[in-house]
Structure formats: structure tokens, C-alpha cells
Design a protein around this ligand. Structure first.
Ligand code: MG
Length: 459
């Protein structure tokens, strides 16, 4: 997908990503460091990165830019994204940078920018940063205004302690679970192993060498996790967990080796949290593209269900505003406000294991008890500049559906829905559909793919 639109460089309010050796150059990275340092008016910045081989090159360039603006840096090394966001808060830093292209293939790398509360910059803040970047008007400090780099080597311990603090550790330990773990040789290895061992689990690792050489395409989906499915079944593990390379997303495999899908990670966590008497009735926040499974779970628990535009910051800000009890994104992003307003794979692991421990049910049984839907996702090429026009054309065409246009176009019928939105990271239109039966979801995807094509062709 790297060359759609003619360039693989994506600079947007959600950060910057590109291909190392082509678009993601040291010059560009230094300027981004200068822009963020200027945006923060100097200050203290926490920087973490995933295991990618390119991470060191990217880090050195970003450090140079940040230092030149008078920032001091806390380098926490190779860590999961949620570890960095927790450290921004813990160290009362002014902001943070994560160097990771998340689920993108190995040739990519990216920068993401965080504010002092450890949450991504929102759209307005991202615009401010981009304005500084494009203006080139950077703070440049003289020699005696330059600050130091401090290295902190054990940020993971803080992260794991925070997650353990919300769990019933002795209950989970008493069950002595066996857990298969696939971290795609990414930054989730250390923190996942620490958490699972603290929970008394026997860990069966696969692809847990944190060298950044990804053994499979990193997106944690059915196709890419076939090794884990087989391995979980062969080893007789109670559950299999997969993290993406920066460990903010989690996918689950049942003890039978069945891939449950990323959508069910958040659903299982939400089902468990809302099963606790003190949590029932409190709001749940998810994005527009997340399964109705969570909607049904919330309704049953008497909780308000609020949907936001796609983007972690949108979910995080709404969760804080309404004091949500759980939230996240259907792509495997579980957010528990007791730890942080951010997606965290090990929060998901802990909640799901505690669900199994307290209910005394197997993972496959817990999944089978959830509301059953079929969700299909696809994407088609659509230049960013034309996406509004396409959405406008399609909005009027839907009969009998409730239309929401906060984020692209979402059409809801009683038994199915479809969501069309322009990607923030690629020049494509994403189409996501869900229905009770797979055939109905497929029919929706086919219909709206054809409609987008027709709109692009001027029909
Ligand atoms: Mg990620």
C-alpha cells in the first residue's frame, strides 16, 4: 500500500509515518523534533520506541531536534506505547514522543506526539504542531541553553505495577493459567512477560525475541496469527494473546486455537468490567467502527454507550468527560481509566484473565456467550481530497437508515450497520460493515464498495 497517491510519507494530525531510507529521512525527523520542542516551548519530553531496527536512527535525529530547542529528554528505551504514556504522567513531563509505526510492516517507522497527560495530541493540538512544522520558525537555543538526556531503564516495572494494582492478583495466580504469547518480536515482549509471570501464568512464548525482525505481518488479524492459533492448541494453553509491535492492541485466541478477533478483546474486557456490581450502569465509550457487541453488553448492564469519531484521543477525551468505566477501539484497543486513558494490551490481558478466573469458564465459553455478529472490513483507493464529496453523495442514497456524519458516514439499521471513512494514514476509504449473519455483512460491503466506486467515477 506504500505507493498509493504517489508518496509513502504521511504527515497528519495523528503523527508522521514513512518508509525508512525513502521518505522518513534524518532531515525530516530533525525538523519534526524541532517543531515539537517549539510546540512545547522547550520542557521535558519522554521518548520511547518499539524494537524496529530503524528505531535508533530515528531516535537520534528526533533527539537532536528536540535538544536544539532546549528540551530535556527522558529516554526510556525500547518499550510499549502504553509504557511511554504512563511514564509521561508519572514523571510529570511536558509531553512525549513514541517512535513506532505500530502495526505497519517493518520498513515503516513513525512518530506520535503526546501531551502532558499522556494522551495523543487532539486534532486542534495536532494542527498547531503542523503549523509550527510548516512555518519552520523553530526555537533555537544557544550552547548554554541546551539540556541533557536522562536514561531511565525500568519504565516497564512502573507500567506493570499500575496494571497489577487494578487486578485481583491472588485470584488469577490461584488458577495457574498457561498462556501462549505472540508479540511479533516487538516492544510488548518485556512488559507482557512481566505481567503474565506476576499473575502466576506459565508463558508459552512464540515470536517473543525483541529484535524488531517481524516474523509475520504485524497487524494482529486472523491471517497473520495462524502460528499463534496452532501453537495455542498444540501447547494446550488456556488462552493465546497477540500484541502488535507497540503493544497498544491485543488479539485473543481461545484454548481451542480459534482466533476470536480483535473486536472481542474489548468486548470480553467490557463484559467483565460491567459484570462487577460497582461498575454497572456507568458509561462505556467506543468509536464509530467498533462492533455492536459492546453496545449490546452496555445496554444489558444499564450503561450508556457513547460512540466517538475514530482516533484514540477522541475516545480518551470522551471517556474522561463522562467518567466512563471502560472504553476503547474494536481493533483490540482496551482502555481502563484506572490505569490510563490510552489503549493498553496488558490491561486487556489482565482483565480477560481475571474474567476467566472469576467466572471459572474457559475462554471459548466466554466468547460463545457474547452477542454474535459478523463484521467485515475492506478499503478502496480514494484520494483524500475526494473523500468528502464521496461521503456527501452517499449520504442521501441510504433508505431507512439513521445516518451519522461526525466521522465519515455511518448508516445504522436495526439489524446491521456500515461505516465509511477516509483513513488518516493512507489515501483510502475504509468500509466496515456488521450484521447478524456474514452474508448480510458481505452484501453491505459489496453494495457500498460499488457505491464508492460509482461516486468516484462521477455517477
Ligand atoms: Mg499499535
Amino acid at each position: 500500500m506504500s505507493d498509493i497517491g504517489g508518496s509513502d510519507l504521511m504527515i497528519s494530525i495523528s503523527g508522521v509515518r514513512g518508509i525508512v531510507g525513502r521518505s522518513l529521512t534524518p532531515e525530516l525527523l530533525v525538523r519534526l523534533g524541532e517543531a515539537f520542542g517549539t510546540y512545547l516551548r522547550s520542557g521535558r519530553v519522554v521518548v520511547g520506541r518499539d524494537t524496529r531496527v530503524s528505531g535508533e536512527m530515528v531516535k537520534c535525529a528526533v533527539f537532536s531536534g528536540l535538544l536544539s530547542t532546549g528540551c530535556s529528554i527522558v529516554d526510556i528505551g525500547i518499550v510499549a506505547t502504553p509504557t511511554t504514556t504512563l511514564m509521561i504522567e508519572a514523571l510529570k513531563a511536558d509531553g512525549g514522543v513514541v517512535i513506532s509505526a505500530s502495526h505497519n510492516p517493518v520498513e515503516w517507522n513513525a512518530l506520535k506526539f503526546f501531551r502532558s497527560d499522556g494522551v495523543y495530541l487532539n486534532a486542534a493540538e495536532g494542527e498547531d504542531l503542523l503549523r509550527i512544522y510548516y512555518s519552520g520558525d523553530f526555537l533555537r537555543k544557544p550552547w548554554d541553553g541546551l539540556k541533557a538526556i536522562e536514561c531511565v531503564s525500568d519504565a516497564e516495572a512502573h507500567h506493570v505495577d499500575r496494571v497489577l494494582s487494578i487486578l485481583d492478583v491472588s485470584l488469577i495466580r490461584s488458577r495457574k493459567f498457561s498462556v501462549a504469547l505472540d508479540c511479533c518480536n516487538g516492544a510488548g515482549v518485556g512488559v507482557s512477560l512481566r505481567l503474565l509471570r506476576a499473575l502466576g501464568c506459565a508463558v508459552e512464548p512464540i515470536h517473543c525475541t525483541p529484535d524488531g525482525l517481524f516474523p509475520h505481518t504485524p497487524e494482529p488479524n486472523f491471517i497473520n496469527l495462524q502460528d499463534l492459533c496452532r501453537f495455542t492448541r498444540e501447547r494446550g494453553a488456556d488462552i493465546g494473546f497477540a500484541t502488535d509491535p507497540d503493544a497498544d492492541r491485543i488479539a485473543v485466541v481461545s484454548e481451542t486455537g480459534e482466533f476470536l478477533g480483535e473486536e472481542l478483546s474489548l468486548a470480553l474486557a467490557a463484559q467483565y468490567v460491567l459484570s462487577r456490581a460497582e461498575k454497572r450502569g456507568r458509561p462505556v465509550v467506543i468509536n464509530m467502527s467498533t462492533s455492536r457487541v459492546c453496545e449490546d453488553i452496555a445496554r444489558k448492564a444499564g450503561s450508556e454507550l457513547i460512540r466517538t469519531a475514530v482516533g484514540e484521543v477522541n475516545v480518551a477525551e470522551k471517556m474522561e468527560e463522562v467518567s466512563a468505566v471502560i472504553g476503547g477501539e474494536g481493533n483490540g484497543g482496551v482502555m481502563d481509566p484506572r490505569v490510563h486513558y490510552g489503549r493498553d494490551a496488558i490491561v486487556g490481558m489482565g482483565l480477560i484473565l481475571e474474567f476467566m478466573a472469576r467466572s471459572r469458564r474457559r475462554c471459548s465459553q466466554l466468547a460463545a456467550a457474547l452477542p454474535q455478529y459478523a463484521m467485515l472490513k475492506t478499503k478502496i483507493e480514494c484520494p483524500a481530497a475526494r473523500s468528502r464529496e464521496v461521503i456527501r453523495k452517499l449520504k442521501g442514497a441510504a433508505k431507512g437508515a439513521r445516518a451519522t456524519t461526525d466521522d465519515g458516514l455511518r448508516l445504522d439499521w436495526d439489524d446491521r450497520w456500515v461505516h465509511l471513512r477516509a483513513s488518516n494514514t493512507e489515501p483510502v476509504m475504509r468500509i466496515i460493515a456488521e450484521a447478524r449473519a456474514r452474508e448480510a455483512a458481505q452484501a453491505l460491503v459489496d453494495e457500498y464498495t460499488a457505491r464508492v466506486r460509482a461516486a468516484l467515477n462521477g455517477a
